[in-house]
Design a protein around this ligand. Structure first.
Ligand SMILES: NC(=O)c1ccc[n+]([C@@H]2O[C@H](COP(=O)([O-])OP(=O)(O)OC[C@H]3O[C@@H](n4cnc5c(N)ncnc54)[C@H](OP(=O)(O)O)[C@@H]3O)[C@@H](O)[C@H]2O)c1
Length: 235
């Protein structure tokens, strides 16, 4: 399997790569901005599992930078699984959120997903078994779930990711590409610490990563265009 994971330098994405790398048949591409973290992950995967993953340092909020990294993926002509996990958060209410904040979060959390799917679409179409796109949204963006006013822009970007997921599931049916979204509740990561430093009841990144990886690898034939809430609390 050829698998791309974005936002792989920390938290959920980092753990997804670690879980995936345990099977040496998985050829994993890990993307994020912080190169030193990615190098550490690459070394860990090689040392612990004998898996030589590919790392790409790129800012997904700007297509230009990402295009310049095209040469980093010369050996992969098809992608079986794309896990769109990279995102940023901002602790601001609607009243506090400025135009530039909306732009930053939409670029990072939504347009990056649009861009990376467009960018990889030719390779996703080449998957023998039909590719699976798994977008990591959030309970914040899940329809009718409790909303948090201090996460105004973040919430809306994650709802947009859910909507995109439903749309692409239909449009990409012709290519046998499945598209689903996972909506986690609280997970103990840097992102959660930034917004809810005293949250308890959060699951560990390792727990949610195991769920995401299993879902991405084995459940694509059961679901398409679904938003899956994975939460035991909602903050
Ligand atoms: N933690 C939670 O409670 C929770 C709940 C629901 C949903 N989620 C979702 O889960 C996903 C992972 O979040 P996390 O909690 O693991 O947070 P995290 O530890 O802060 O990880 C975020 C990842 O995204 C990457 N990233 C951010 N901006 C980027 C950019 N412009 N270009 C490339 N990579 C970028 C970061 O890497 P660099 O900084 O190195 O670029 C990092 O690897 C996110 O989509 C988040 O919305 C988290």
């Amino acid at each position: 399997m050829n698998i791309v994971v974005t936002g792989a330098s920390s938290g959920i994405g980092y753990e997804c790569v670690r879980v995936l790398a345990q099977d040496v048949n998985n050829r994993v591409v890990a993307i994020a901005r912080r190169a030193e973290r990615l190098i550490g992950l690459k070394q860990l995967c090689f040392r612990e599992y004998g898996n030589n993953i590919t790392i790409v340092s790129a800012d997904l909020s700007t297509l230009k930078t990402f295009e310049s990294d095209q040469l980093a993926l010369p050996s992969i002509d098809c992608i079986d699984i794309l896990i769109n996990n990279a995102a940023d958060v901002m602790k601001k209410t609607f009243e506090e959120t400025e135009e530039k904040d909306w732009e930053h979060l939409f670029n990072t959390n939504f347009f990056s997903v649009v861009r990376i799917i467009k960018y990889f679409l030719p390779k996703l179409k080449q998957s023998d078994e039909g590719a699976h796109i798994v977008n990591i949204s959030s309970m914040a963006g899940y329809p009718s779930a409790r909303k948090f006013p201090i996460l105004a822009a973040y919430t809306v970007t994650k709802a947009a990711v859910c909507s995109l997921t439903e749309l692409l599931a239909e449009e990409f049916r012709q290519y046998r590409i499945r598209c689903n979204a996972i909506c986690p509740g609280a997970v103990q990561t840097d992102m959660l610490a930034k917004i809810f430093p005293h949250a308890d009841g959060a699951v560990t990144p390792d727990q949610i990563a195991k769920f995401i990886v299993h879902f991405a690898l084995y459940e694509k034939n059961l679901m398409n265009g679904q938003m899956i809430p994975v939460s035991r609390s909602n903050y």
